[in-house]
Design a protein around this ligand. Sequence first.
Ligand SMILES: [Zn+2]
Length: 219
Amino acid sequence: MGDSAIVWVCREMNNDHENRALLDGYVGVKFEVIQRSEEPPSQAAALYRVFRGVGDWLKAHNMASVNAGKLSVRYGRGLLITASGCNLGSIEQSELVFVEQCDAEAERVVYDGPLKPSSESIMHWLIYANRPKARAIIHAHDEFATRPELLAGEVVESLREEPYGTIELARMAIETFQRTERIIVLKNHGYIAIGPDLDRTCNLIISTHLHLLEKSRNS
Ligand SMILES: [Zn+2]
């Protein structure tokens, strides 16, 4: 690590669960982030078109609300993920961040790019580690993911709610993926889908969304 590395330590959120819940509207990362370089990765420009296309697709289904949702793909030994606070409906090229190292126990993330990586970078990292075949992860919201009566028999839901950006939420996602293959709902929150690429992963989320929309109309 060179001297020029910039270190932010976001420890406003201590280990007190209640405090975390109270502050959950906060937009930002809850772990230590270390910027190794301001330069984005070399292939980010080519991948940007794919990220942008998928963001537009989600937006077309009202699934890209402001500052919510995350996209990532495996990239080299790490992952390429949308920046913290990124709006999926209008992703900028500078909002693709390379997470090259992640220490979940120490809650530390090392990245390349001009902006800080998503608050859920550790979750994405752990999902890729647990699912060797997954090459893309999408997290998105709609009004149906928070309706258990619609989800019943359709999508596996996590057992508990946990505050965003925490290791507890990351672990909850991993546990929930042990009960199903490709798509889960984080309780009272939103979907996480995994797949071989962003397009097919997005297709899964949107088809699930459309199916639940249909179900809601018939219920
Ligand atoms: Zn979310």
